[in-house]
Design a protein around this ligand. Structure first.
Ligand SMILES: [Mn+2]
Length: 318
């Protein structure tokens, strides 16, 4: 058996709070060219339209910044990701910021409308805010809530206007199915920087959460066993990897919101390889490389490339 891989590049950085993540996918491709890897020439590569023009004008939506642009990004990802899967290829999304994940999951659900989807969220952050709870308005903190059809009104701190609420509802409805992932089918790995509104929802649903310490003390194999056990009733698995899950001292600060005490690059690679090996895994996404913020030249992209190469190898042999 062999599987085709299609890289899907999304350079939209409209949901991050810092600038430069749109250069992340190119930084990874540059790292490949530097080491004369032909990864991106030997596999199919597609792109979605660039929405970064939304950064050049003020946003009307303080609690969901540039949500109008994000709606287009979700719609385009929905079509592209479903199209790649329906074409019997395995999509690996290289995206600027994590707002992309909601569109990707929409596409996965569009391809598999009757299947139960599990999501493995490897990240320093929980990304489960909503316009009603966000302190920053940055939508890279909301993709998971958007695909869970979650508003978290119990923890509401913002008075959201009708237009924002309508756009948020449209975002949750991309692909025509509002709840794409159930809370019991989400697993966090390495999350360590959360806000109380997020913690409330995580504990309300009992979302499974493996800490950095769990990974370090139990080892990657046991964590992956735990993930697979938790998601045993899911038909399809989506894996999202935010590079800020890794420790900035062992990588670099080349990401929008670095957080100390993350997993090591080796742990990240072992984890991603093991997850790629699961036959249920149907889509993987890598996000938040920001070379503008990298104090060690292109180190974050080089480390990320190593992970992307490793999972591509595994997937192509499936
Ligand atoms: Mn994230």
């Amino acid at each position: 058996m062999s599987t085709n891989v299609t890289f899907l590049i999304n350079k939209s950085e409209i949901t991050a709070g810092t600038r430069g993540a749109s250069l992340g996918p190119d930084a990874i491709i540059t790292a490949a060219r530097k080491k004369e890897s032909y990864l991106f020439g030997e596999n199919a590569l597609e792109k979605i339209a660039n929405s970064n023009g939304y950064l050049d004008k003020p946003t009307k939506y303080p609690f969901a910044k540039r949500i109008d642009g994000l709606l287009s990004v979700y719609q385009e990802l929905n079509t592209k990701v479903a199209g790649i899967i329906n074409n019997n290829s395995f999509p690996i999304i290289l995206a600027a910021d994590h707002g992309s994940a909601g569109g990707t999951i929409s596409g996965l659900k569009s391809a598999f409308p009757d299947k139960r989807i599990g999501a493995v969220w490897i990240d320093a952050h929980a990304d489960i805010h909503t316009p009603y709870t966000t302190p920053s308005g940055n939508m890279h903190g909301m993709p998971l809530a958007s695909v869970m059809n979650e508003d978290n009104l119990e923890c509401k701190i913002n008075e959201v206007d009708a237009e924002t609420a309508s756009l948020w509802n449209q975002l949750k409805n991309v692909g025509g199915i509002t709840q794409k992932v159930k809370p019991e089918d989400v697993v966090y790995v390495a999350v360590r920087d959360t806000e109380e509104q997020e913690e409330a929802i995580i504990s309300k649903y009992g979302i499974k959460w493996f800490t950095v310490n769990n990974v370090r003390t139990q080892g990657v194999a046991e964590i992956v066993e735990g993930i697979n056990e938790r998601l045993k009733n899911c038909d399809i698995i989506y894996v999202t990897f935010d590079v800020d899950s890794m420790d900035p001292d062992m990588t670099s600060h080349g990401t929008g919101t670095p957080v100390p005490n993350g997993i090591s690059p080796q742990e990240a690679k072992d984890l991603m390889i093991a997850l790629a090996q699961n036959p249920k895994t149907a889509c993987m996404e890598i996000v938040e490389v920001n070379p503008c913020l990298d104090e060690k030249e292109n180190t974050m992209a080089e480390i990320t490339l190593d992970i992307v190469e490793a999972i591509t190898d595994v997937i192509k042999k499936k």
